[in-house]
Design a protein. Sequence first.
Length: 137
Amino acid sequence: MFDVSFAEMLVILIVALIVIGPERLPQVARTIGHLLGRVRRYVDNVKNDIRHEIELDELRRLKNSVQETTDSIEQAVRKEFDQIQAATDLSAAEKTTKTVLPGFEQIGAPIENTLATQSQSSLPQQTSESNKNSTVP
């Protein structure tokens, strides 16, 4: 705490012996010792409190860093999960379409051909029925 050499300490003791006197010197030395002990304990407590606050601050920073990392990982996993789920839903929809309309891979052309064939076959029947109805009365 203080940088006091042995020679300086000896000078302080001699001055204290002369000023205080030999009768009261042991009591004063004891009181000074107790006060120095209290000061040292107080300084140690302050140092420990400061060290503790620094450690808490470091732990808070570490916690925030870990929280940010877990949040970014969670977002990445959710994004991947959503992409996989969308692909699975699309795949399921394609399978459903294929089972409902088997053989119709290209929906536009077969339907048009089927409709054209049905409309052509129904037209002569309608006209022949119209002719029969018109001649009968």
